[in-house]
Design a protein around this ligand. Structure first.
Ligand SMILES: [Zn+2]
Ligand SMILES: [Zn+2]
Length: 241
């Protein structure tokens, strides 16, 4: 399965990533991608940029050398009510909003019930499009409830390739479970690299292995097509030119 887009990447602005916007976009072009989502961490993460960084992303070109650039964020989920560390007035300015749990960002909650409640609340937010690494076993969730919420609100769940590169290797089985449930319930998944350096942009071999094992159709993997991504975002009021 070939990917036309990578919707989750980080630049030097994240504080612990190593490439610029230009380096990511150039690498995306070299890999034959048609679209890249640049989604630095929300401000609660140590070293992450302030809100002005996200506010000002409108200066980015829409397209460079045939690669469409989505102005994005990976916001941090802060509590069981689904509060995020980026206010709505900033999220409204962005093309794509990812949200996920991250250590050291002040999230209060630890049980399956609390994590599930938080994730469902985030899925319910009209301004959020994709939940990042829901298969992270550090934040166990009720997979079925989360997949059903994604179905109800028309959102996508991420199968994150960086997860398997040493950060969270125990994510394999949870991700397989999520991909399988997503197939059963007709929920879209996004297969993303979550790269923190440009060289592996768009490379998602282990995440794609999970998709293959779970039997998800190509059409249910959002970023196999830039058009599918555009249509998905348009359903959430984001008309990307
Ligand atoms: Zn990061
Ligand atoms: Zn993340």
């Amino acid at each position: 399965m070939k990917l036309e887009a990578d919707l989750h990447t980080h630049t030097i602005a994240s504080g612990h990533a190593y490439s610029t916007v230009k380096e990511l976009v150039d690498a995306a072009q070299e890999k034959g991608l048609q679209m890249i989502g640049i989604t630095d961490h929300g401000p609660q993460m140590s070293g992450a940029p302030g809100l002005d960084h996200f506010w000002n992303t409108h200066v980015w070109p829409r397209q460079v050398n045939g690669v469409q650039i989505l102005r994005g964020v990976e916001a941090n989920i802060l509590d069981t009510e689904g509060s995020l560390d980026v206010p709505d007035e900033i999220l409204e300015r962005l093309d794509i909003v990812l949200a996920g749990f991250h250590g050291g960002t002040g999230y209060i909650g630890s049980t399956v019930e609390e994590n599930t409640k938080a994730m469902v609340a985030v899925l319910q937010k009209p301004l959020v499009h994709i939940i990042t690494h829901p298969g992270n076993p550090q934040y166990p969730i009720d997979y079925e409830r989360v997949v059903l919420a994604a179905q109800e609100y028309g959102k996508a769940l991420e199968i994150n390739n960086s997860t398997f590169m040493g950060i969270r290797p125990q994510s394999y089985e949870p991700c397989l479970k999520i991909a399988t449930l997503a197939r059963e319930y007709g929920v879209s998944v996004a297969v993303n690299s979550d790269v923190h350096i440009c060289y592996q942009v768009g490379d998602c071999p282990l995440a794609l292995e999970i998709i293959h094992k779970a039997g998800n159709e190509r059409s249910s993997v959002l970023n196999t097509s830039a058009v599918l991504v555009q249509e998905f975002l348009a359903r959430h009021g984001r008309h990307i030119i």
